[in-house]
Design a protein around this ligand. Structure first.
Ligand SMILES: O=C(O)CCC(=O)C(=O)O
Ligand SMILES: [Fe+2]
Length: 202
């Protein structure tokens, strides 16, 4: 059942428990393992994927068409967000090793970023938690004072932009350092319009 975490009208942040079964989580981790590479971010200036010092993790971009589970998740996210699957970037599966973290950052881009050509800005982010992290690994929203614990099968949805479509400062968030064990998540970034993959993405 949906639980509203943010009571500020500048940002929406919703939590769901039990979105994925343990089997779904396991299969996503398995798919992730098959496709892992070191994590990158989309560079604001060039629009290309580049390694990121803020992001000690490995990631996978499996093709949705290749796995019925990814198709089902895409449709589930579209239903919960009321935003069509066409606006979704490829689902990103992330593994944080012990000590891994994602320092405070925005998922939304600056207004002059070339990646806006790929379907506008990232209006929302959906994060699915895939395993029981033994220590740390919470998602935090420092401007909102909200901490989300990574319970397997649960997920959060939050907005990244304000009413004018510009990056919302309150959407700042981080993946806390994993102090014990590893952390697996799947991140779905959702654009304002139909997502168009950049030419360098292969
Ligand atoms: O690991 C987390 O909890 C946050 C992940 C995140 O911010 C992202 O993938 O954009
Ligand atoms: Fe993020």
């Amino acid at each position: 059942m949906a639980q509203k975490l943010s009571h500020c009208d500048r940002i929406s942040l919703t939590h769901w428990a039990g979105l994925l079964t343990p089997q779904d989580c396991e299969q996503l981790i398995q798919i992730g393992r098959e496709h892992l590479q070191s994590a990158t971010v989309t560079d604001e200036k060039s629009g290309e994927s580049v390694p990121d010092r803020n992001r000690a993790s490995q990631m996978a971009w499996p093709k949705r068409e290749q796995y019925p589970l990814l198709q089902r998740i895409a449709e589930g996210v579209a239903q919960l967000t009321s935003i069509p699957v066409a606006c979704q970037e490829p689902l990103q599966i992330l593994r944080y090793p012990p000590g891994g973290e994602y320092k405070p950052h925005f998922d939304g881009f600056n207004a002059d970023s070339p990646t806006l050509r790929c379907g506008g800005n990232r209006q929302s982010t959906f994060i699915l938690y895939l395993n029981a992290v033994q220590g740390g690994g919470e998602t935090t929203f420092p401007e909102l004072g909200i901490t989300v614990f990574p319970l397997p099968g649960s997920g959060i949805l939050f907005s990244n932009l304000n009413a004018e479509g510009l990056r919302e400062p309150l959407s700042l968030h981080a993946g806390n350092p994993v102090t014990q064990g590893e952390k697996w998540i799947a991140t779905q970034w959702i654009r304002q319009r139909d997502y168009v993959a950049p030419r360098n993405s292969g």
